[in-house]
Ligand binder design. Structure first.
Ligand SMILES: Nc1ncnc2c1ncn2[C@@H]1O[C@H](COP(=O)(O)OP(=O)(O)OP(=O)(O)O)[C@@H](O)[C@H]1O
Ligand SMILES: [Mg+2]
Length: 418
């Protein structure tokens, strides 16, 4: 049974800030107690541009989320982070026990994981070190080596780093609301927690969360995250393209995109016409829906190419067997699945948080994968020490690493149980 009872997630997105407060019940069920969603202000592609605006927006969203439960319940929060300051590296480290055949114990693994801590300069902080596999005396692909006899153990770890100043600003904006940050979590890893099935992770999958300002990408192989990246383009760019194509305002273009947008013009049957409201003295006019779809299609094809480029940069020559899973608000654009199938091949799945009994319908949307995933991440990794800002990076390892070998708290979730 999880020892923490209340969990709070804050997703600081480019278009919205979403706070969700939840509780894990006695049966292991996740109960959502409150949600606060407000328009985002002061954020630019994952970085805080105006800390006062972000602080205020977080305050409003937290207030709304706590409306029916009273203040004081929320103390520690899990916060999503992304942006082009995030980098990832896969490390391989070794511990030798020459001469003696030893039982691998948690102390040894602790040593190993400490040695995975990369050298980082003042400008960077380590966000995650995720052990992804062990090599025990030449036997690779061992998931949990505790208890095995071995002379030499290697660990492969996926390490995620972020810019120290950007992370510090995020913590500052959140903690100004009299809550403490339990952990900063890479947004793609959080979203994946709420959406990917165990099979997809095992088979290997490219996972993307297409938001308003950024597209977060994670590649999973053999059950674990293996590559993380971001593309600094999201739904806002589609709206800007439509704005130019229609000669209208961003807000009108956004409204038209949400109502009539389509990623695949060939799928649109007949001549459907859409009313474009008047703008700057121009009268309202009729435009064919296919013409609205064309700039969206062009941008989406470009974004899919960038996704493929990242997959190639990761070292993969082809899409993994689990294909591509897409979430984030932008994944709701009609025709995206068909366009992606036609451009990159299959399988392609549009995902939203699911499988969590009692999850309110307002959170069962792709735009809330990060917020719901942050709660699941918090439950799974509860009790772990946050890595960044601790000033004791070399001491890291004990709790967070060892907790992998403890029984994980069970939350009823198809996504996490797989
Ligand atoms: N039905 C829809 N069709 C097309 N686009 C949509 C639809 N619904 C939402 N979007 C787009 O999704 C984007 C918002 O997605 P989301 O809420 O996931 O972003 P965010 O988390 O705030 O931003 P980011 O993750 O980039 O920081 C907006 O660009 C919005 O226009
Ligand atoms: Mg987002």
């Amino acid at each position: 049974m999880p020892s923490d009872t209340f969990y709070t997630a804050i997703d600081i997105g480019s278009s919205k800030i979403a706070s969700v407060v939840a509780r894990v019940g006695t049966e292991g069920e996740l109960k959502i107690l409150g949600t606060g969603v407000v328009p985002s202000q002061g954020m630019q592609k994952g970085r805080i541009e105006s800390i006062d605006e972000v602080k205020t927006a977080i305050a409003t969203s937290l207030e709304e989320a706590q409306r029916y439960i009273g203040r004081g319940v929320v103390s520690g929060v899990y916060v999503g982070v992304s942006g082009n300051h995030i980098t990832c590296v896969n490390t391989k480290d070794v511990v030798d026990n020459p001469g003696e055949v030893k039982d691998i114990n948690t102390h040894l693994l602790e040593q190993l994981i400490k040695s995975s801590f990369p050298e980082v300069g003042h400008s960077q902080e380590v966000l995650h070190i995720i052990p992804i596999g062990y090599d025990v005396d030449g036997l690779s692909g061992v998931r949990n080596p505790v208890g095995l006899h071995a002379e030499q153990v290697h660990v492969d770890a996926h390490v995620v780093l972020g810019d120290a100043v950007a992370l510090k600003n995020t913590v500052k904006a959140v903690e100004s609301n009299r809550v403490n940050v339990k952990s900063l979590v890479l947004q793609s890893l959080a979203s994946a927690e709420a959406t990917l099935t165990g099979d997809e992770r095992e088979m290997g999958v490219v996972f993307v969360d297409i938001g308003a300002g950024i597209t977060d990408l994670a590649i999973y192989r053999q059950g674990s995250p293996w590559f993380s990246a971001m593309i600094p383009v999201g739904g806002n760019q589609l709206t800007k393209d439509l704005q130019v194509a229609l000669g209208t305002s961003f807000y009108i273009a956004e409204e038209i995109k949400l109502k009539w947008g389509h990623a695949f013009p060939e799928m649109l049957q007949g001549i459907e016409e859409v009313v474009i409201p008047s703008f700057q003295g121009q009268p309202r006019r009729m435009v064919q829906r296919k013409l609205i779809a064309e700039p969206l299609n062009a941008r989406m094809v470009e974004m899919l190419k960038q996704i493929l480029l990242k997959v190639r940069q990761s070292g993969l020559r082809q899409m993994p067997d689990g294909g591509l899973v897409i979430t984030g608000g932008c994944s709701e654009l009609p025709g995206l699945q068909e366009l992606t199938l036609g451009t990159l091949g299959g399988p392609v799945r549009i995902a939203h948080p699911r499988g969590i009994s009692g999850l309110p319908t307002n959170l069962r949307k792709p735009a809330f994968s990060t917020a719901v995933g942050l709660l699941l991440w918090g439950i799974k990794h509860q009790g772990e020490k946050r890595l960044y800002g601790s000033g004791e990076s070399t001491l890291w390892g004990k709790k967070s690493f060892l907790s992998r070998f403890k029984k994980e708290p069970k939350v009823r979730s198809e996504a996490t149980v797989g």
